[in-house]
Design a protein around this ligand. Structure first.
Ligand code: ZN
Length: 380
C-alpha cells in the first residue's frame, strides 16, 4: 500500500504542467478552484535598487524555482541606502531588469513600488503601476493620488510592524481610514515575512480590504524561509479567471485571495473553503473485511499539512479527534460507524486555516457507498 502511494505521488509530479526553471520539490502547489486558476503571487520583494541584498535576476530565478505565477519587486521610493554605489534616478529600473530576466517564461513581472512613509500612513505598495517616478513625492497624499491615477492596486504593508508600532497592534488612524474611504487603499498585509496579525485580518474584514501576504524578502528566500528544510515563502494565492495580468489585477480588486503563510491558509471563508475542498477530498472508502469499521482514504493535492479536528459524533478506530493530512498524500482513517452504512458524514474544523478572529472553517466529507466495498488490507 505504501508503494502505491509513492507511485501516485510520482505520477502527480510528472503530471505538473512544465515550465522552465521550476524545481519540482519546492514549487508552491495548490489546485485550481472551480471557475478560477489559483495563481501563486509575491507582491512585495526588494533588490539592491532599494535595501535588498540581491540583483533583480536572483529575485526572478527564486520566483521561478518557487513556481510563482507573478512577482513584483517593490523598491522603497524614499529609502535608497545604496544609491552612492548604485545610482537609481529611474525608479522603474529594477522592474525593467526583472522583466528582461524573466524572458519568455510564464512568470508575470508586475511593476510596483513601496511608498515609504512614517506612521501614519506607514508603508504601502502600489502595484500594476505604469511609472514609479511620479509616485515618488514628499507629500504622501500626492503619492497615493498619482498611484490611483495610474489605476494601481494599493495595499497597506505590515501595519503591525514593531518598527512603527511598538506593541505590534494596529492604530487605524484617521489618515489610514481616509485612504481606505477614498479608495486609495485596496488591500492589507495580514502577514508579512515572518509576522502575522489577527488585528489586520479584522481590519480587512471590517473595511472590505483584500487579504495580502508577502515575503518582503530582502536577502535570499532559501535562507529566510528555510526552503531546503521544507519551508515556504509567504505568498498570496489569487483566484483569477486566467493567467493574464489584467485578470490577476481584477481578482485583487475583487478580493479573491487566500494568504499562504507558515502552513496557514488565511482569507474570507468564501474563498478559503473552495480552495480547501479542491485540495482535500475523499478518494475512496470501504469496510475493513467483515467489520463495521469504515476505511476512508482522504486525498490531499496541496502543499498544506492539514490539521483537522473532528466535530462529528462519530469516533475513529485509528485517531483521536485530531488528524493530520500530509501534503500531496493520502491519509487513511478508520471510522466506527456501528454498522455498515451506505452513507455517513464526517465534519472537521480546519485548524491550519483562519477565516476571522480565532475562527477556523468547517468542512464536510460525505461518504457514500462504503458498504459496497470490502477492503482487505489497510495501512493503519
Ligand atoms: Zn518592503
Amino acid at each position: 500500500m505504501r508503494k502505491i502511494i509513492c507511485i501516485l505521488n510520482l505520477t502527480f509530479i510528472i503530471n505538473l504542467h512544465g515550465r522552465n526553471n521550476i524545481d519540482l520539490n519546492r514549487r508552491i502547489d495548490f489546485p485550481n478552484v472551480k471557475g478560477f486558476i489559483t495563481m501563486v503571487c509575491d507582491f512585495h520583494t526588494h533588490s539592491v535598487f532599494s535595501d535588498g541584498s540581491v540583483w533583480p535576476d536572483i529575485r526572478i530565478q527564486e520566483a521561478q524555482k518557487d513556481g510563482l505565477d507573478a512577482i513584483a519587486i517593490t523598491e522603497h521610493l524614499e529609502y535608497q541606502p545604496y544609491k552612492d554605489d548604485i545610482p537609481h534616478p529611474d525608479r522603474n529600473r529594477s522592474y525593467d531588469l526583472a522583466k528582461k530576466y524573466s524572458g519568455d517564461s510564464d512568470l508575470l513581472v508586475i511593476n510596483g513600488a513601496e511608498i515609504t512613509k512614517s506612521m501614519p500612513p506607514g508603508h504601502s505598495n502600489a502595484i500594476f503601476i505604469n511609472d514609479a517616478n511620479p509616485i515618488f513625492n514628499e507629500d504622501y497624499i500626492k503619492s497615493f493620488a498619482e498611484a490611483k491615477k495610474q489605476d494601481a492596486f494599493i495595499f497597506w504593508n505590515h501595519p503591525f510592524w514593531i518598527g512603527q508600532s511598538k506593541d505590534g497592534l494596529i492604530n487605524l488612524s484617521k489618515m489610514n481610514q481616509d485612504l481606505i474611504d477614498k479608495e486609495m487603499l485596496h488591500g492589507i498585509e495580514v502577514t508579512n515575512d515572518l509576522t502575522y496579525s489577527d488585528e489586520a485580518i479584522q481590519i480587512a474584514i471590517d473595511n472590505n480590504l483584500t487579504f495580502i501576504g508577502t515575503s518582503d524578502v530582502h536577502g535570499l528566500v532559501d535562507w529566510q524561509y528555510k526552503i531546503p528544510e521544507g519551508g515556504h515563502r509567504p505568498v498570496t494565492l489569487v483566484l483569477s479567471k486566467n493567467r493574464t495580468a489584467k485578470e490577476l489585477k481584477k481578482a485583487l480588486f475583487a478580493g479573491r485571495t487566500i494568504v499562504w503563510y507558515n502552513n496557514l491558509l488565511i482569507g474570507l471563508e468564501k474563498w478559503v473553503k473552495p480552495l480547501i475542498e479542491s485540495s482535500m477530498f475523499v478518494e475512496s472508502s470501504g469496510y475493513y473485511r467483515k467489520t463495521h469499521v469504515a476505511v476512508v482514504n482522504i486525498r490531499n493535492n496541496s502543499d498544506a499539512r492539514f490539521i483537522l479536528k473532528n466535530t462529528s459524533s462519530l469516533t475513529f478506530y485509528t485517531n483521536s479527534d485530531l488528524i493530520e493530512v500530509q501534503p500531496h498524500s493520502i491519509k487513511q482513517i478508520g471510522v466506527k460507524t456501528g454498522e455498515k452504512l451506505s452513507k455517513f458524514e464526517l465534519t472537521f474544523e480546519v485548524l491550519n486555516s483562519v477565516i476571522g478572529l480565532k475562527k477556523h472553517p468547517e468542512i464536510k466529507f460525505i461518504i457514500k457507498g462504503a458498504n459496497n466495498n470490502t477492503i482487505q488490507d489497510v495501512i493503519f
